[in-house]
Write a protein that binds this ligand. Structure first.
Ligand code: MG
Length: 373
C-alpha cells in the first residue's frame, strides 16, 4: 500500500538576525557594514520545521529588511494550510506578487523545501540533482587601494583559496592596477576574476578588459548597467576575457533574453535574485540549453542561505563554479554548529536531510512576526 503523508504548513515564524561584517565591504555601488537578514521557520502540524534565510540587497534587487517583512506578511497567510510537498503550488502562490520581492520569496520557499526534504529524509542537494558532493568557492575582495588588496590576496591564498574575485568598477585606471598588483603578489597559479557591478561604460569595459587580459583574468562579472543587454553583448564581443551576467539576470525570463542576445559567456545565479531554488533551477536549465554555464553567488547572507546555495551548486551539473563566501566575512554567523564550513576554498553541503545539520544561535534571532497557530 502506498501511504501518502499529508503534511501542511501550520505556522510560519519570522525573525530578524543582525549580521555585522568584520570590515566595511565596498563595491562600485556603495559600502556596507552590516546586514539585517530574515530567518524564517515553517512548521508542519507535528511541529517539525524547515529553515529559510534571506538578505536585503537594496542596491541589487531593491529590498530592505522592512520591505521583505511586508512581502512575507503578504504571502505567508496564503501558504498556511498548503501541502508542503506541492512545491509547484507554493511557487505559484509566491508568483501572485508578480514582480520583485525575490528575497522575501526565497526565505519562505527555502524553509518549505527544507521541511519537505527533512520529512522525506533526502538531502536538498540530492533532490536538486545530486551531481557533485563538493564545490569550490572563490573569496571576494572589496574595493580598496591596490597595495591593500594585494595584502588581502596573499593572506587568502595562504589560507587555501585558489580563486580570488576582485571588486572593480570605480576607477578604470586603478582597476587595472588592482588586478596587476594582485597578480604580482600571488603568482600565476591562482585564478583571478573581476566584478565591476555595472560600474563601467561599454567603452571603459572594453578598454579595461583588453588591458586586464595580460594578467590572466578568467572572467568579468557585470561590466555595464544591468538593463543594458545590448551593451553587455557589445562588451562580450570585444573582450578577450569571458563575460558573466549577474545583475542582468534575476529571473528565468531575464536568462532567456540574455542567452538569446548572446550577451554573456556565463550567468551568475543568486538565490536572493531568483526568488528561490525552483526559479534558480529554471535559470540553470535555460542556460544549459543555450550552452552557457552558471556560477552560484551570494549577497550578504549568513550560513543558512549559504548552505542552501551550496546544496544548489552541488546538485546542478550546469553550475561550474561558485562565489559563496559572505558568511566568512561575518563577526558572528547565525549558524553556530554544522552548516557548510569552508576548508581551503572548498565546501560541502551539510550532512543530513533538507538543508542538513544547522544549529542556529537563538540569541541572535529577534522574533518579528508569526502566522498561523
Ligand atoms: Mg556580481
Amino acid at each position: 500500500m502506498f501511504l501518502v503523508i499529508l503534511m501542511v504548513v501550520r505556522r510560519i515564524e519570522v525573525y530578524e538576525a543582525y549580521l555585522e561584517y568584520k570590515e566595511p565591504f565596498t563595491i562600485s555601488l556603495g559600502t556596507s557594514v552590516s546586514s539585517t537578514d530574515l530567518i524564517v521557520k515553517v512548521f508542519d502540524e507535528e511541529e517539525n520545521f524547515g529553515l529559510g534565510e534571506t538578505s536585503p540587497a537594496m542596491r541589487i534587487v531593491g529590498e530592505s529588511t522592512k520591505t521583505m517583512e511586508a512581502a512575507v506578511a503578504e504571502l505567508a497567510p496564503s501558504l498556511i494550510g498548503l501541502e508542503v510537498s506541492r512545491i509547484g503550488i507554493v511557487e505559484e502562490t509566491m508568483d501572485r506578487i508578480t514582480l520583485g520581492n525575490s528575497g522575501a520569496k526565497l526565505a519562505l520557499e527555502m524553509a518549505i523545501l527544507d521541511l519537505m526534504c527533512r520529512k522525506s529524509g533526502l538531502p536538498l542537494w540530492r533532490m536538486l540533482g545530486g551531481y557533485r558532493d563538493e564545490v569550490e568557492t572563490d573569496i571576494t575582495i572589496g574595493i580598496k587601494k591596490p597595495d591593500e588588496i594585494a595584502k588581502d590576496a596573499v593572506r587568502y591564498v595562504e589560507n587555501g583559496f585558489k580563486i580570488l574575485k576582485l571588486k572593480v568598477g570605480v576607477d578604470s585606471v586603478e582597476d587595472i592596477e588592482r588586478v596587476s598588483s594582485v597578480r604580482d603578489a600571488v603568482g600565476s597559479d591562482i585564478r583571478i576574476r573581476v566584478d565591476a557591478n555595472q560600474g563601467w561604460s561599454v567603452k571603459q569595459a572594453v578598454r579595461c578588459l583588453n588591458e586586464m587580459y595580460r594578467y590572466d583574468v578568467e572572467l568579468a562579472e557585470q561590466p555595464v548597467k544591468w538593463f543594458d543587454l545590448e551593451g553587455l553583448a557589445e562588451v562580450r564581443a570585444a573582450s578577450p576575457i569571458p563575460v558573466m551576467a549577474d545583475e542582468s539576470v534575476r529571473s528565468p525570463r531575464n536568462a532567456l533574453r540574455v542567452v538569446e542576445m548572446r550577451a554573456a559567456d556565463y550567468v551568475n545565479i543568486k538565490l536572493v535574485k531568483s526568488g528561490g531554488l525552483l526559479k534558480a533551477m529554471k535559470i540553470a536549465s535555460i542556460c544549459e540549453a543555450a550552452g552557457v554555464p552558471n556560477m552560484v553567488g551570494c549577497m550578504m547572507e549568513g550560513g543558512v542561505s549559504i548552505a542552501a546555495a551550496v546544496h544548489l551548486a552541488a546538485g546542478v551539473k550546469n553550475i561550474v563554479t561558485t562565489d559563496l563566501d559572505s558568511d566568512l566575512s561575518l563577526v558572528r554567523d547565525v549558524v553556530v554548529e554544522g552548516g557548510s564550513p569552508c576548508m581551503n576554498g572548498r565546501r560541502r553541503p551539510p550532512e543530513g536531510p533538507g538543508l542538513g545539520n544547522l544549529r542556529l544561535d537563538d540569541e541572535m534571532l529577534k522574533p518579528v512576526m508569526v502566522f498561523g497557530d
